[in-house]
Design a protein around this ligand. Structure first.
Ligand code: C2E
Ligand code: MG
Ligand code: MG
Ligand code: MG
Length: 294
């Protein structure tokens, strides 16, 4: 598998020096300055087309290079950011930075005379972002400011987001959709979407939660749940992305079901920008061997 972000996930907290509450409060206090001081980073996890192993795009995942605590993953600070309201500026920054980065990579490809690649960018967003009236404008500005076309953006939304203020959220989603943006329903299966909401929402993709994929080779129930979601996608005309693909058995199972896209450590961990640049430059991605082997 590809090298990933390099550092392990250990040692971000020092148990004993802070309680969980102190830690959360501290992060909540530090966060506004973090955005301004440029301490946030974006890692990019490849999204793979399961029929042939082609690179389909990336999901942008935020990290915080905290001056005292080291590299922090979203689990350590996203909750605090949501409670403190800082999530809005974090997500705005991630959206813009990831779009800027994507345009830069594609420009490098074009300069070398490579065929136009069409990579999609997935960016996570929360209810707070969408209920902020300037969000749609911020997305609209990406094309003018950076040359990033909205039809290359897939905003990842969650089921819980939709519960907050369904009508207001739906209005924003439709406005963004008219601008060309598409949506992916993240962590599907962990929330409360009904068939009716699924059908009514302007989502193009459904992402099956990792918890169902991770043990689908051993757990019949989860395998059948994944199969059902893939079939549901076929019926509703939405493509399915499976997250957390870690074993060749997961890949084989998902291919047999006709699942279109996947992400997971079997292909690649989230990558730092310099590694994405080399991946794109290399042409054939390293995980392609999983397809050519048989
Ligand atoms: P998510 O959107 O469901 O992202 C997938 C998470 O699964 C990522 O964790 C990714 O590193 C991890 N992952 C990917 N493949 C595998 C695999 O094969 N096995 C395992 N065990 N894990 C895998 P990460 O980066 O820690 O992100 C956690 C969550 O934080 C994300 O879940 C997303 O909900 C949230 N998040 C990340 N970036 C942002 C952001 O910019 N804004 C907001 N609002 N939320 C974000
Ligand atoms: Mg996501
Ligand atoms: Mg997810
Ligand atoms: Mg998840």
């Amino acid at each position: 598998a590809a090298k990933g972000e390099g550092r392990g996930r250990a040692a971000t907290f020092r148990p004993g020096t802070h309680t969980a509450l102190e830690q959360r409060l501290r992060l909540e206090l530090d966060l506004p300055a973090a955005v301004e001081r440029g301490e946030l980073r974006v890692a990019y996890q490849p999204v793979v087309q399961l029929s042939d192993g082609a690179l389909a795009g990336f999901e942008a995942l935020v990290r915080w290079d905290h001056p005292a605590l080291g590299l922090l993953y979203p689990d350590a600070f996203i909750d605090a950011a949501e409670k403190g309201g800082e999530i809005v500026s974090v997500d705005r920054w991630v959206l813009r930075e990831a779009c800027r980065q994507m345009t830069e990579w594609e420009r490098a490809l074009a300069d070398r005379g490579e065929r136009d690649s069409f990579l999609l960018l997935n960016v996570n967003c929360t209810g707070r972002d969408l209920l902020e009236s300037s969000y749609a404008d911020a997305v609209g500005n990406l094309e003018e400011d950076l040359g990033f076309a909205p039809r290359r953006l897939l905003l990842e939304i969650t089921e819980s987001l939709l519960m907050e203020d369904p009508d207001a959220v739906a209005t924003v989603l439709r406005r963004l959709q008219r601008g060309g943006v598409r949506f992916c329903l993240d962590d599907f299966g962990t929330g409360y979407s009904s068939l009716a909401t699924l059908h009514a929402l302007p989502v193009d993709r459904i992402k099956v939660d990792r918890s169902f994929v991770t043990d689908m080779d051993e757990c019949t129930r989860n395998r059948e749940l994944v199969r059902t979601v893939v079939e549901l996608g076929h019926i509703l005309g939405k493509s399915i992305v499976a997250e957390g693909i870690e074993k060749p058995e997961h890949l084989a199972g998902l291919q047999a079901m006709g699942c279109q896209f996947g992400q997971g450590y079997l292909f690649s961990k989230p990558l730092w920008p310099e590694d994405v640049a080399s991946l794109i430059a290399a042409g054939e991605p390293p995980w392609q061997a999983l397809w050519t082997a048989d």
